[in-house]
Design a protein around this ligand. Sequence first.
Ligand code: ACO
Length: 336
Amino acid sequence: MKKTIIKGTGRYVPPRIVKNDDLSQWMDTSDEWIRQRTGIEQRHWIPENGGIGSSDLGLEAARIALKRAEWSPEDIDLIIFGTLSPDIYFPGSGCILQHKLGLKTTPALDIRQQCTGFIYGLTTADAFIQSGHANRILLVGAEVHSTALDISTRGRHVSVIFGDGAGAACLEGVETEESVGVLASVLHAQGELSNALMMELPSHKMSPFLSKEMLKESRHYPVMDGRLVFKIAVKRLSHVTKEVLQKANLSLDDVDLFIPHQANLRINEAFANLMNVSPEKVFNNIQRYGNTTAASIPIALDEALEKNRIGKGSTVVFLALGAGLTWGAVIYRFAE
Ligand code: ACO
């Protein structure tokens, strides 16, 4: 039977580091508030004058992942690009990345599942591999948040959490009878709560779809009911983890490491507590990157491998909840 195997991973963040104290030049905030409420100490942002898109960050992460997988770009059958912050409104960043990789006709697909982008992307890649539509897939999660945040005091409860960055994984269908690769996945969405976390503009239901008045009202910045999303995240992440373990016929003890989306350190601590899982079994790096949305899980995966927190034979659960609302989990086992 074909199994979806991770052959290489990579990550890239822009070199500019923005510390919590740096944010005080634009808004009324403090290092203490941000650390206490979120665990974040710093994030990476692209240069203030812009000029770098999600596809550029994705390209750097993809190059590393390709090298480690020992693939050339021509080996890729499909690109899946998870982002809520595409380079341009359309076409998707997957197509732009395809060109930057020097490819001519390789299919490229963007997914707009926000913080759950890597979970939806990995599940989609697995389905493409299982159905025989593709066998070598480049999955990228990349975000440039910093250019579209309200960095005034009005937007501080949202803007302090987000960082820019990219992560990538090369996924390959491999024939094996071993219980390895993607073992199970569960996806969910609840559009009823789409207003809880959204960026409204530009909107095609408006005419004109963008106006000076709308910009003056700051409707082009993300808005979030943070407390509601926080409470829902803790509950749903625990539930979906139990669901995916049951689907794979595994127990909590079978898991070596949980790699959750990095939205808020307190969410991940509450998750560990509720699940009665030791905090050492939950990977966190939000302290250094902030919330990089679709990039956060592939960045964390790449770091966890580099730090030898996981390796041959490890069983990992990836889990996330984000705008949509969307949430889900994937269980993955590395070969011995
Ligand atoms: N600095 C200082 N004070 C602040 C800041 C700040 N950056 N932000 C808010 N405050 C103040 C508020 O004004 C408020 O003050 P008041 O009590 O005097 O009115 C107080 O702090 C509490 O504000 P809240 O907005 O209620 O802050 P909360 O405790 O909810 O923390 C946070 C905000 C960190 C964003 C939290 O709600 C959270 O992490 N929510 C979940 C986020 C999440 O998981 N999102 C999903 C993924 S993202 C995606 O999908 C794109």
